[in-house]
Design a protein around this ligand. Structure first.
Ligand SMILES: Cc1cc2nc3c(=O)[nH]c(=O)nc-3n(C[C@H](O)[C@H](O)[C@H](O)COP(=O)(O)O)c2cc1C
Length: 397
């Protein structure tokens, strides 16, 4: 067996061969690691996106994405953390990859009760946050590392335009990242795009850098007119990947409070996985909580987010908006998270793929596809509004 193709006894070559058979319309690119160069060469010859003017399909978006992202992301038919386990930097989950797989597997295991005797044909899907009314309770997660995670196939500017613009096109909003290895100048470039192209309509999440480095970035996002600022507090352990002199650190309540007081922007605490961290973030002044394990990319063996969400929601629902992310892939995933107590959800990897497949058009299409799916799932479970999704739609709840 070729060692490069084995992860924890998982044979990528076999998996991807099978995926090619299964994935009609989303055929998988050549798989061998030794073929990576050939695949990269193919990217140059591949169309940048689906034909302009023609009807864009998700199959086409994913085909182009696969050509651009391979071997960083194989654009598997099901984005579940198996093929890319351990690939950080890259698209995978950290270490064994189990935290990413837990997000996916635990959510998939939840089954929905079907109810079709009612009069709900057009459920209410609107969600309000940061003074904006969104078309659905789904937003684009902040994903950084256009070079070291994604292989440098898009510029920072094109990437931000795709994520933020695509989300706005679908009637929602996107979050903007602060990559761990990125100097201030890269962050500045993102803020210029956010301001000039979108009037600041986006949420910006900063790494848990030193207080002074965070405050420098808060000033830049204020200048850009951002809707809110946040810290991915769960990046505290990633010091090893920061550039020399770019510290990341866990934050105390006092430090978070200092940041909250330094700006009038609402504070989003991203990376909450326990009730006690949620309590501390709220005590520090968090306006929004994001239940997240960073897509399984920071601490090996965390539970999936759907396992920890109900306890956090039991304590904070109605007091502060609770967002959640991890393995949202279709409308039913959004609906499950809402039934477990979230107010709204974020989606990461599928938008990275969509941005590489067809820039903002790809992201907009991916988001609209999930919105339509969510609408159908709501009708099929007798759910009238995203604002009060009953737990009873979950089998056994
Ligand atoms: C390539 C990549 C880069 C990411 N970069 C960041 C980041 O810089 N900051 C952050 O808070 N989360 C980051 N995330 C995590 C996402 O914000 C989000 O929590 C996660 O992707 C959700 O899981 P999903 O991808 O399964 O939807 C990143 C995720 C990926 C896949």
């Amino acid at each position: 067996m070729d060692k490069d193709n084995m992860i924890e006894g998982f044979d990528r070559r076999e998996f991807l061969k099978n995926a090619m058979a299964i994935g009609a319309g989303v055929a998988v690119a050549p798989l061998l690691v030794s073929e990576a160069k050939a695949a990269t060469a193919a990217v140059a010859a591949a169309p940048a996106a689906a034909p302009a003017g023609g009807k864009l399909t998700m199959a086409e978006v994913l085909r182009v994405a696969r050509e651009k992202l391979y071997p960083r992301c194989r654009v598997c038919p099901e984005c579940n953390g198996v093929a890319c386990a351990g690939e950080v930097p890259g698209f995978g989950g950290f270490g064994s990859g189990q935290a990413f797989k837990n997000n996916y597997d635990d959510l998939q295991r939840i089954r929905l009760n079907m109810r079709c005797v009612h009069d709900i044909t057009h459920p209410d899907m609107e969600f309000k946050i940061f003074g904006e009314t969104l078309s659905m309770p789904l937003m684009g997660a902040n994903t950084g590392g256009v070079t070291y995670n994604m292989g440098g196939k898009m510029t920072e500017e094109a990437y931000i335009e795709s994520i933020v613009g695509g989300c706005i096109g679908a009637g929602t909003i996107g979050f903007v990242a602060d990559g761990i290895g990125d100097p201030l100048e890269t962050f500045q470039r993102r803020m210029v795009v956010l301001k000039n192209k979108f009037g600041g309509k986006g949420v910006v999440i900063i790494k848990p850098r030193t207080q002074s480095e965070i405050i420098k970035r808060i000033r830049l996002m204020e200048e850009a007119g951002a809707l809110a600022f946040g810290i991915d507090i769960d990046s505290a352990g990633r010091a090893a990947r920061a550039l020399p002199g770019q510290t990341v650190e866990p934050k105390t309540i006092a430090q978070m409070r200092e940041l909250v007081k330094s700006t009038s922007l609402p504070f989003v605490a991203k990376g909450i996985m326990t009730v006690d961290d949620a309590e501390k973030a709220v005590e520090a002044g968090a306006s929004v909580l994001v239940v997240s394990n960073h897509g399984g990319r920071v601490l090996d063996y965390t539970p999936g987010t759907c396992e920890v969400l109900p306890a956090i929601a039991a304590k904070f629902k109605g007091k502060v908006p609770i967002l959640v992310d991890g393995a949202v892939r279709r409308g039913a995933d959004v609906l499950k998270y809402l039934a477990l107590g979230a107010d709204a959800t974020l989606i990461g990897r599928p938008l990275v793929r969509a941005a590489h497949g067809a820039e903002a058009r790809g992201v907009e299409l991916a988001m609209n596809t999930i919105r339509q799916d969510l609408q159908a799932m709501m009708a099929m479970t007798g759910t009238a509004s995203v604002k009060n999704v009953s737990k009873s739609i979950i089998v056994g709840a």
